[in-house]
Design a protein around this ligand. Structure first.
Ligand SMILES: [Zn+2]
Length: 342
């Protein structure tokens, strides 16, 4: 049975249970926190206490596992996540890769056009960084990443972003961890991601194209599905890009067409962030919370004729099958041998 790494150790894939495939415990800006401690009111101790409450409630609501998609670039800090998990009973899978948002280039300042100081066109140094998170552990801990992530937003394939997607593809080929993405559905960015990963030799059934609920273009979505990938309807409750009722309709239509076996659900919600003021988020986006899927979406889907079996697929079976495709996760490395004197 495939073993899956979580914050609290490896589990059997059968233990994943009901899984939300794209959430965030914390989203932070380390450079600003370092320069201006407490920036946007982010207090680590308060944030940890608040996150524990929310994660405990999530577990009590019937969720067994979340994937925390906070890659480097979003302020990943493994000690904060591990502390927030303590006592919650929730299983948390963490990721590696790199998060590039709409207008942010990959911050390798001397590797732009011409690759001034990088003579390795395969970017193996990037792959090595991601593989270390997967095989040895993150930030000096023995907590390993179970997913590798890349992002393409509306600006599309800048040179940096294409390099990053290729490095993520090579990381998958070396480690067999699945790939999950951030995409911009309105501009069909998932197709670029599939094309590049396919060029790298990746089996597209090992790829989950994220944020695919922010469009009503069912033909685009079925094109991604027919190529074999999973789709993340992973911004449930978030209506900034596309109305919630229309998201529910698109999902219903995909279930009607027989695609429930390739779709997973999540909210893309954070417990605490220094990007937004929480009160403002709650006021503007009242549906965007950890209760939305179970409290609002699933009842609406059932009303539309989506069956309990299809819901079980999206919440339990598909996450399990997506992770189970991995060959066994490597055993943790043995304690480093002390150097034998010559
Ligand atoms: Zn996210």
């Amino acid at each position: 049975m495939t073993r899956i790494p979580t914050v609290t150790g490896d589990i059997d894939v059968e233990q994943l249970g009901t899984t939300l495939m794209h959430e965030h415990v914390f989203v932070r800006t380390p450079e600003l926190q370092e320069a201006f401690p407490g920036f946007m009111g982010f207090d680590e101790e308060v944030a940890i206490t608040g996150a524990r409450e929310k994660l405990t409630a999530l577990k009590a609501s019937g969720i067994d596992t979340i994937v925390d998609m906070t890659a480097p670039g979003l302020g990943r800090n493994i000690d904060l996540i591990a502390r927030a998990q303590e006592g919650t009973g929730l299983q948390i899978i963490v990721v590696t890769g790199y998060y590039t948002y709409t207008d942010l280039p990959f911050p390798m300042k001397y590797n732009g056009p011409g690759k001034l100081f990088n003579n390795d066109p395969s970017d193996s140094f990037l792959v090595d960084l991601f593989v270390r998170d997967i095989e040895e552990g993150i930030e000096g801990t023995d907590i390993r990443a179970g997913v590798v992530k890349c992002c393409t937003d509306e600006p599309g394939l800048t040179e940096d972003i294409e390099r990053l997607i290729r490095a993520v593809g090579r990381t998958h080929l070396r480690t067999d961890v699945p790939i999950m993405t951030h995409s911009h559905a309105g501009s069909k960015r998932g197709l670029d991601q599939q094309r590049i990963l396919r060029e790298e030799g990746v089996d597209l059934s090992r790829v989950l194209i994220g944020h695919s609920n922010e469009t009503g273009d069912v033909e685009y979505l079925t094109e991604l599905l027919d190529a074999g990938s999973y789709l993340g309807f992973d911004r449930c409750g978030l209506k900034i890009a596309f109305p919630l009722e229309d998201q529910t309709e698109a999902l219903t239509e995909l279930c009607r067409r027989g695609y429930a076996g390739q779709i997973v659900l999540s909210h893309d919600r954070h417990c605490t962030s220094d990007w937004f003021a929480e009160e403002g988020v709650v006021a503007a986006l009242p549906e965007w919370n950890y209760q939305y899927i179970q409290g609002s979406l699933l009842p609406a889907l059932r009303e539309n004729g989506v069956t309990d079996d299809q819901i079980e697929q999206m919440m339990v079976t598909n996450p399990r099958r997506f992770f189970a495709a991995r060959k066994d996760a490597p055993a943790p490395p043995p304690a480093r041998a002390t150097e034998t004197p010559a």
